[in-house]
Design a protein around this ligand. Sequence first.
Ligand code: GDP
Length: 138
Amino acid sequence: MERTLSIIKPDGVSRGLIGEVIRRFEANKIKIVAMKMIYMTKAQAQGFYAVHKERPFFGSVTDFMSSGPSVVMVLEGENVIAKNRELMGATDFRKAAEGTIRRDFATDIEKNVVHGSDAPETAAFEISYFFNRLEITG
Ligand code: GDP
């Protein structure tokens, strides 16, 4: 059994895609065991994306992630890290497979609607960044 962190990013929330993203998780039998809406500060976004701090887009993506509310969720299930990444599609929506969330809704490489942890270690860090033990059910 695995857990992963999902975020509906500020573009997804402001464009009314919360329901659609959650619908896709539920339709694919992905269990949501924690969920809340947060409005990250710039510093919180920098902490979350600290692994990217040397990248040229670090300033821009942390501005974006602190530009409005996001919905953060913990998903649970067998192989859920890969399953969620599959539903999301590639970072660049132009390279994402047909029928993925990013292919269907992203508007550029940065404003790509959703985040999902990419490995067990990053999932553990990212889940604990937003949730404490009491907030995770199941
Ligand atoms: P992810 O795991 O698919 O979300 O991709 P990464 O971990 O590589 O990047 C984190 C996030 O930074 C992406 O989801 C985008 O929002 C943003 N990002 C990635 N690459 C670029 C880029 O080349 N330019 C800009 N502006 N943003 C990017």
